[in-house]
Design a protein around this ligand. Structure first.
Ligand SMILES: C[S@@+](CC[C@H](N)C(=O)[O-])C[C@H]1O[C@@H](n2cnc3c(N)ncnc32)[C@H](O)[C@@H]1O
Length: 316
C-alpha cells in the first residue's frame, strides 16, 4: 500500500511511458472511488513505477489505453491488480501482540461462556491480507476453547484482494514466517507440510473456525447479523479522513454495546463515531450504549457510480 501523504514534491517520473498529471488524476480518481485509496500528487513517481509494470504485462502502449481498459466492462480483474500494485499486504503473525493479549484475557472469555451456553459469537478480520492476522485470532480462540468448532462461534476473514485472500485460505507459510511465534503456540497452530521441508500449514481444527470472502470496505456490506469483535488494522490509514470516519461509523452500526473494535497502531477512531466508542486499550475500542445514528450518505454518489465496476463481496 502506498505510504501516507507526504508534503515533498516528487520528481517527474521518467521511463517508457508518458505519464502526465491528467493520467495521475485519472488513476487517483479510480483508486479513490473504487477502493477508498487516497493518492496524493507526491506519489506520482511511485504510481508510475508500480503501474508501468501493469502496462507492460497487459501489452498496453500508453496510459490512455490502460485507463480505457481499466474502465471497460472487461477491466474488473485488472482493477484488482491495480489495487494490489498500489497497496502493500504487509502483515505478521500476532502483529500488535497487545490485541491478542486483550482477546485472550478480557474479550474472549465472556464470549466463549456465551457460546458454551448456546449463544452465537462472531469475529471479523476485515482486511486480513495473507491470513496471519486471522490465524492468530483463531489460535487465540482455540487455545481457550478447543471445542470452538462445535459451538456457534466463527471468524469471518475478508480482504479486497482476491489473490492475497487465496494465500490466506491456502494457510501455508514458510518456516521463516512463523519462526517468531513461541514454540508452544507454533505447535498448537501448525503442522509440517508433507514433502515440503521449509513449509508449514495451519491445523485443520483452526481452519474449521474461519470463512473467507472478498469484500471492499468502501462498498455496501452484505451482513444481517452483528459482530462481537472486528479487527480493521493497518488499512484505514490509507483512506481519506471522510472515508475513515464513515468506516468507523459503519463498524459501530455492526457492533452491539460491549463489542470490540481493534484498529492499527497509527489509526484512531475520529469523527461522529468517536462518541459511540470507549477507548479501552492501545488502539482498542469498546462499543458503548449510545444508539448509532443513521449512516449519513452511504454509498457516496461516487461509490454508487462506481458500484457496478467495484469489487463486490463474494464468498470464496
Ligand atoms: C497492510 S495490510 C494489513 C493486514 C492486517 N490487517 C495487519 O494489520 O497485519 C492491508 C490490507 O488491506 C487490504 N485493503 C486495501 N484496501 C482495501 C479495501 N478498500 N477493502 C478491504 N481491504 C482493503 C489490502 O489488500 C491488504 O491486504
Amino acid at each position: 500500500m502506498t505510504a501516507p501523504a507526504q508534503t515533498t514534491a516528487a520528481p517527474p517520473p521518467t521511463g517508457d511511458f508518458a505519464f502526465d498529471d491528467a493520467d495521475f488524476n485519472a488513476i487517483a480518481r479510480i483508486a479513490q472511488e473504487e477502493f477508498g485509496l487516497h493518492l496524493v500528487p507526491s506519489k506520482k513517481s511511485l504510481v508510475y513505477s508500480r503501474l508501468s509494470k501493469r502496462l507492460r504485462e497487459n501489452a498496453m502502449k500508453d496510459f490512455g489505453s490502460y485507463l480505457r481498459f481499466l474502465e471497460s466492462d472487461g477491466g474488473g480483474e485488472e482493477r484488482s491488480a491495480l489495487l494490489s500494485a498500489l497497496t502493500t499486504n504487509v502483515t505478521n503473525f500476532f502483529r500488535e501482540q497487545h490485541h491478542f493479549d486483550m482477546l485472550a484475557n478480557e474479550v474472549l472469555p465472556p464470549l466463549i461462556q456465551r457460546a458454551r451456553a448456546g449463544g452465537r459469537v462472531r469475529l471479523w478480520s476485515s482486511a486480513c491480507s495473507s491470513g496471519q492476522e486471522v490465524w492468530s485470532m483463531a489460535a487465540t480462540l482455540h487455545k481457550l476453547c478447543p471445542e470452538a468448532a462445535s459451538l456457534d462461534i466463527r471468524i469471518l476473514a475478508t480482504d479486497i484482494d482476491p489473490v492475497i485472500l487465496q494465500k490466506a485460505k491456502a494457510a501455508r507459510y514458510a518456516e521463516r514466517d512463523v519462526a517468531a511465534i513461541p514454540e508452544a503456540m507454533r505447535s498448537a497452530m501448525l503442522t509440517k507440510v508433507a514433502g515440503a521441508a521449509e513449509e508449514v500449514e495451519i491445523r485443520p481444527e483452526l481452519r474449521a473456525l474461519i470463512s473467507f470472502g472478498t469484500l471492499n470496505l468502501i462498498s455496501p456490506w452484505p451482513f444481517s447479523g452483528k459482530f462481537d469483535v472486528i479487527f480493521c488494522r493497518n488499512v484505514a490509514i490509507y483512506f481519506d479522513k471522510a472515508t475513515q470516519a464513515l468506516l468507523w461509523h459503519r463498524f459501530a452500526s455492526l457492533l452491539p454495546p460491549g463489542a470490540h473494535l481493534m484498529i492499527g497502531h497509527s489509526e484512531r477512531v475520529a469523527g461522529p463515531a468517536e462518541t459511540l466508542f470507549a477507548s479501552v486499550g492501545v488502539t482498542a475500542y469498546r462499543r458503548n450504549e449510545t444508539a448509532c445514528p443513521p449512516i449519513p450518505s452511504f454509498p457516496s454518489p461516487a461509490a454508487k457510480a462506481a458500484a457496478p465496476r467495484a469489487a463486490t463481496t463474494r464468498r470464496s
